[in-house]
Design a protein around this ligand. Structure first.
Ligand code: BG6
Length: 479
């Protein structure tokens, strides 16, 4: 097995994702010696490019160090480029021949990465199956969202893929599953005694899962407008985090056991209710700098009068014995005041407070980014000649605790997982189906009724209505 080469094919090699994420990731894995010996990289796209052109586009994203120049040259020697359409069978036959002419190419294991718009997804996957999988080694296919835009289209796509590939050959990327702190949730929850007794409806007031970005669509609004923030971030990234927070302890750490538990969480969630949702859209800030002056609708690529949300807060419930009645508040938005992704578990008030109501609620916060941390808000005695309680923090900041430890990028972990055949951090088809079931009625309602999003200013905390909603469900904002 050791001397069987691997061939990594990047469909959409001329695109944004390829140059910004995939090629840099392949290079980092290569230079760290993490890829199997004899891995070849084949870019494929419609444009008349070359390896040199792909290299020129992606180098600026590769954070190249001075002492890596030789290694870098070596990396590109293993690269190839094939030009072809996404629809013509003969082009895929040609690709297959090219792969076969690589040393032991006909024996090689093949990884196909579809960094492509959804419009060509079906054609490309069919053509791969027909023309590029007659070899001896295994084949795996890597796909990126959007996996459809509602239940129906997603089921359609899933059916199409399931006719071509087995589930253990399909790697659906949700790159949040590759983040250090998202992966940490499992260990925190199931590797510690202290959290498990508190991790339920008897002790938890609410759970808030937040994603904030300080920039708008930056001229890519036309693309964003087809999805909106709910499909772009909430239905996938935030729901993945939610399932990891809410799931029961799996029988083992195997991919199937863990994903079984995640699916159970989703199955216990009713579809979203518009009464428990706030949507927003950013407006320009006349006093802001640069891009901040522009509202979403000022982006020339956004259709006039679009009601697509760039912000959303939704309160959902997990109807299990553990969580029934506990609000899970998911909040996400673009063009906000900061970059942040975190999980905040707010515990109930201290019963029988003897400190005259001065005790604030405990919170456990898992900060996904920036500056990964786990910290706990708690009451201590204010130091000095008194017994006044004061809020402080038990703080595990990774920057300080793990100084100098390299934190791999999400894509590095995930792509390496595909080489290794590890599916734990990928989305299984039933997870996807359940997530769409929860979101589709709301999305259809928003679109059919053209529900107007609440305006919020670029660089603000989002619309006031969002805070009101969180308060209505018992969340207390700390000062
Ligand atoms: C992507 C979304 O999935 O995640 C983008 O499509 C968003 O809109 C991005 O900017 C955020 O990822 P990260 O890793 O920067 O938090």
């Amino acid at each position: 097995e050791d001397d069987v080469p691997h061939v990594f094919v990047v469909f959409g090699a001329s695109g944004d994702l390829a140059k910004k994420k995939i090629y840099p990731t392949l290079w980092w894995l290569y230079k760290d010696g993490l890829l199997p010996k004899q891995t070849y990289f084949v870019g494929y796209a419609r444009s008349d490019l070359s390896v040199q052109a792909v290299r020129d586009k992606s180098t600026q994203y590769m954070k190249l160090q001075d002492d890596e120049k030789d290694k870098f040259e070596e990396f590109w020697k293993y690269n190839y480029y094939v030009k072809g359409s996404y629809t013509e069978r003969t082009d895929f036959e040609h690709l297959n021949q090219e792969i076969n002419t690589l040393p032991k190419g006909d024996l090689a294991h093949r990884l196909f990465y579809l960094a492509l718009p959804p419009t060509v997804f079906k054609d490309v996957s069919s053509n791969i199956r027909l023309c590029c999988m007659g070899h001896e080694g295994w084949s795996r296919i890597i796909v990126e969202k959007p996996f459809g835009h509602d239940s129906e289209s997603s089921d359609d796509l899933s059916q199409h893929l399931s006719k071509l590939f087995r589930e253990d050959q399909i790697y659906r990327i949700d790159h949040y599953l590759g983040k250090e702190m998202v992966q940490n949730l499992m260990v925190l929850r199931f590797g510690n005694k202290m959290f498990s007794p508190l991790w339920n409806r008897d002790h938890v007031q609410c759970v808030v899962i937040t994603f904030k970005e300080p920039f708008g669509t930056m001229g890519r609004g036309g693309y964003f407008d087809e999805s909106g923030i709910i499909r772009d971030v909430m239905q996938n990234h935030l729901m993945q985090i939610l399932s990891l927070v809410a799931m029961e302890k799996p029988a083992s750490t195997s991919a199937e056991d863990i994903r079984d538990e995640k699916v159970k969480v989703l199955k216990c969630m009713p579809p979203l209710d518009l009464d428990n949702v706030v949507v927003g859209q950013y407006t320009g800030d006349p006093e802001g700098q640069g891009d901040a002056k522009n509202g979403y609708l000022d982006d020339p690529t956004v259709p006039k009068g679009s009601v697509t949300p760039t912000f959303a807060t939704a309160v959902v419930f997990v109807k299990t014995e553990r969580w029934d009645g506990v609000p899970f508040i998911m909040k996400c938005g673009k063009a906000l005041n900061e970059r942040k992704a975190e999980v905040r578990i707010q515990f109930k008030d201290v019963p029988g407070d003897i400190f005259g109501g001065q005790c604030k609620r405990n919170e456990l916060v898992i900060r996904v980014q920036p500056q990964e941390a786990v910290y706990c808000k708690m009451m201590v005695k204010a130091p000095g000649m008194n017994i006044n309680p004061e809020e402080s923090e038990l703080d595990l900041s990774y920057g300080a605790r793990y100084k100098g430890v390299k934190m791999p990028d999400a894509y590095e972990r995930l792509i390496l997982d595909v080489f290794c055949g590890a599916q734990l951090h990928f989305v299984r088809s039933d997870e996807l189906r359940e997530a769409w079931r929860i979101f589709t009625p709301l999305l259809h309602k928003l679109e059919k009724e053209k529900i107007k999003p609440a305006p919020y200013k670029y660089g603000s905390r989002g619309p006031q209505e969002s805070d009101d909603l969180a308060r209505r469900f018992g969340f207390i904002f700390s000062g």
